[in-house]
Design a protein around this ligand. Structure first.
Ligand code: SF4
Ligand code: SF4
Length: 166
């Protein structure tokens, strides 16, 4: 893991804890969460007709773990980390990727998304970094790679959950 300072390292640990918490909620409520067979169809947002929203701490976490130079742009509707139908960054995938399941209950997913978003917002306040909530293509195509914290181009969104239908 790449960390520039102890504050960065603490932030990354906190993001990992939030992901662990999200995974535990899903595990505990598998009847509501749905069972994903990892077919990868929903990672093609054009075909699946929806969008994935991500937050600043999650992007920092991805960049730190992959190495900022490996953060890919997203020139097409399919997530660039979907390789041959599989997630190539499974361990570091975003909260929306963890929460969304085509077989799950939307109310459960929305509530869990809201709770996770609150945790990411609190993290930004705690570490004094800008909170952004942006769709994945915007985040990746704004060349997040190599940029400093809080310098992701801001885009306001009224969408509440991580995954939204168009
Ligand atoms: S990060 Fe992985 S799970 Fe999430 S959209 Fe991309 S390929 Fe799919
Ligand atoms: S949520 Fe559904 S569409 Fe997406 S990978 Fe899982 S089974 Fe496939």
């Amino acid at each position: 893991m790449v960390a520039e300072s102890s504050a960065d390292a603490r932030l990354l640990t906190k993001v990992a804890e939030i992901y662990k918490w999200v995974d535990a909620q899903i595990c505990r409520n598998s009847d509501l969460a749905g069972v994903c067979n990892a077919c990868g169809r929903c990672c093609d947002f054009g075909v699946f007709d929806h969008r994935l929203f991500v937050t600043t701490p999650e992007l920092l976490y991805l960049a730190a773990n992959l190495g900022a130079e490996k953060v890919k742009p997203m020139p097409a509707a399919r997530c660039p980390y979907n390789t041959s139908g599989k997630c190539s960054i499974y361990e570091y995938r975003f909260a929306g990727c963890r929460i969304f399941c085509c077989k799950g209950t939307p109310d459960f997913q929305n509530a869990l998304s809201e709770s996770a978003l609150r945790k990411f917002k609190n993290l930004c306040e705690q570490f004094r970094i800008s909170y952004h909530y942006i769709d994945l293509p915007t985040a990746l195509n704004n060349s997040f790679a190599g940029k400093k914290k809080g310098r992701i181009k801001k885009k306001k969104s009224k969408n509440r959950g991580f995954r939204e239908k168009f």
